[in-house]
Design a protein around this ligand. Structure first.
Ligand SMILES: *[C@@H]1O[C@H](CO)[C@@H](O)[C@H](O)[C@H]1NC(C)=O
Ligand SMILES: *[C@@H]1O[C@H](CO)[C@@H](O)[C@H](O)[C@H]1NC(C)=O
Length: 457
């Protein structure tokens, strides 16, 4: 096909288009169009459903991916059925399932509805469907199986032991957190030899080429420990991940770098954070999460600040405060010192979620909206903001001249009551509304999520 494409690009293109069309028709066959009968018919099956709205852009983007998901689930013989429902036509059913935005992806299994919040790619969605539709706790009967799982999953949890109240708690935690991670159970013989267990039963997390044991007294509630430990110690951060890390309540130390810049300042900072994450794991892993982020766009919006790249920022995910160092971080000692001074309170926190900060956020969002409109289309910007400003200045001029005549207040009052003026005013306000809806241009923090809704029909 490649040589053919090289010889006759036109023909190849046409062929692709035909194959594409065929594929579309072919793929679509594996996604069921659901209607009101779904509510009664779904009971015996596990369903993966895309609740969409015909007008929504993100839904349209998801559609071809969804068709591929349907095809692949069918071809691998998955028991999970794939469907889609126009949530605007069947809004009462959609709202019963807790659909509040579009598109919403849910896996429905008996009385449980699991929300998918990850990246909308075929592989991620299919992985989610396998994980959530399968057994909540998967037994690992042999060392071979254990090794196999260790190769496949970067983070997973294992319960070791027989029946116990800890096991009940583990099952409860798993039913809530299966949307995020994997849960297994094993006997002591199956667990690798390097694992030493002081007590049985035990819950362990395997990650970062090592393992950690849950300690009921130090770590508190099992679910919240799992929520804190379900991430690798060092991560490539983006807005989505940073938002997810909010659940952990940990401090997040991030090297803000330009990944395309190969100069020593950038590469060194990344390896400093990696080293601290690895070498000081025992000291910091309970309170800290480490990683790097490419570019400062997102973080600037989050902090309402202009950070110079490269730099290190430490975020407190539980109160939205952050810490910056006024000096350059040149080696791991500098970084460890920085962390320790955050912990002992000698570095002052910035930001937070006080009323003042929220006001600042409003002003900041408004400003970035205006800037982004001007950047994407200067003419539109001039029209949106220039026109009202022009009108206002003409009005000011009018007021000023009226004032010199005296008694302008009464005059203004009468004028604003007249029909023509009020009509103009509403048109104006409509125009002023538009930039507000453009706020989605700003990569703001994502909405709160509900991971799991227990549904009783
Ligand atoms: C790379 O980073 C250094 C230090 O921040 C900076 O001086 C340099 O201009 C950057 N190079 C490129 C190609 O952006
Ligand atoms: C992070 O925020 C929490 C909640 O406000 C607070 O208790 C904790 O002390 C903060 N951590 C640091 C290091 O400032």
């Amino acid at each position: 096909a490649a040589t053919m494409a090289a010889r006759t690009p036109g023909a190849a293109l046409r062929l692709c288009a035909t194959v594409f069309l065929l594929e579309m028709a072919f793929c679509k066959g594996f996604v069921e169009d659901l209607d009101e009968s779904f509510k009664d018919n779904r009971k015996d099956d596990i369903w993966l459903v895309d609740f969409y709205a015909p007008w929504c852009g993100h839904c349209k983007k998801l559609e071809p991916i969804w068709n591929e998901v349907g095809l692949e689930m069918k071809s691998i013989g998955s028991p999970v059925k794939v469907g889609k429902m126009d949530a605007t036509s069947y809004s009462s059913i959609a709202s019963e399932f807790g659909v509040r935005g579009y598109p919403t992806i849910k896996l429905l299994k008996g009385d449980l509805a699991y929300n998918y919040r990850g990246p909308r790619t075929k592989d991620d969605i299919i992985e989610f469907a396998h994980r959530v539709s399968g057994a909540l706790i998967r037994p690992l009967p042999s060392q071979q199986m254990f090794e196999h799982v260790q190769k496949r999953h970067r983070v997973f949890f294992v319960y070791v032991g027989g029946e116990s109240t800890l096991k009940e708690k583990y099952i409860d935690a798993a039913s809530e957190l299966i949307v995020y991670t994997y849960f297994f159970s094993a006997s002591e013989e199956v667990v690798p030899e390097y694992v030493t267990l002081k007590e049985m039963p035990a819950v362990l997390v395997f990650k970062d080429e090592t393992y950690f044991v849950y300690d009921e007294y130090e770590d508190g509630d099992l679910s919240s420990w799992i929520n804190r430990e379900r991430f690798q110690n060092y991560l490539t951060m983006d807005g989505f991940l940073l938002y997810e890390l909010g659940d952990t309540g940990k401090l997040v130390a991030i090297a803000i770098i330009d990944e395309k810049n190969t100069s020593i300042e950038h590469t060194r900072l990344k390896s400093i954070i990696q080293e601290v994450a690895r070498d000081y794991r025992d000291q910091f892993h309970r309170d800290f999460q480490f990683g790097h982020m490419d570019g400062n766009d997102y973080i600037n919006t989050l902090l309402m600040d202009e950070l110079t790249v490269p730099t290190v920022v430490v975020l407190n995910t539980s109160n939205q405060q952050y810490f910056l160092l006024d000096r350059e971080i040149k080696n791991t000692e500098d970084m460890v010192h920085f962390i320790n001074s955050i912990l002992d309170g000698t570095v002052e926190a910035q930001g937070g979620d006080s009323i003042l900060q929220r006001l600042k956020r409003m002003v900041f969002d408004a400003k970035s909206t205006v800037v982004s409109i001007f950047k994407s289309s200067p003419i539109m910007g001039c029209f949106l903001f220039g026109l009202p400003l022009g009108v206002i200045s003409i009005m000011c001029y009018g007021i000023y001249t009226a004032d010199t005549d005296g008694g302008y207040i009464e005059e203004r009052y009468e004028v604003s009551k007249s029909e023509t003026e009020s009509q103009e005013a509403t048109e104006e306000s409509r125009e002023l509304q538009e930039p507000r809806s453009g706020q989605s241009l700003v990569p703001a923090r994502q909405e709160p999520k509900d991971v799991l809704e227990k549904k009783t029909d």
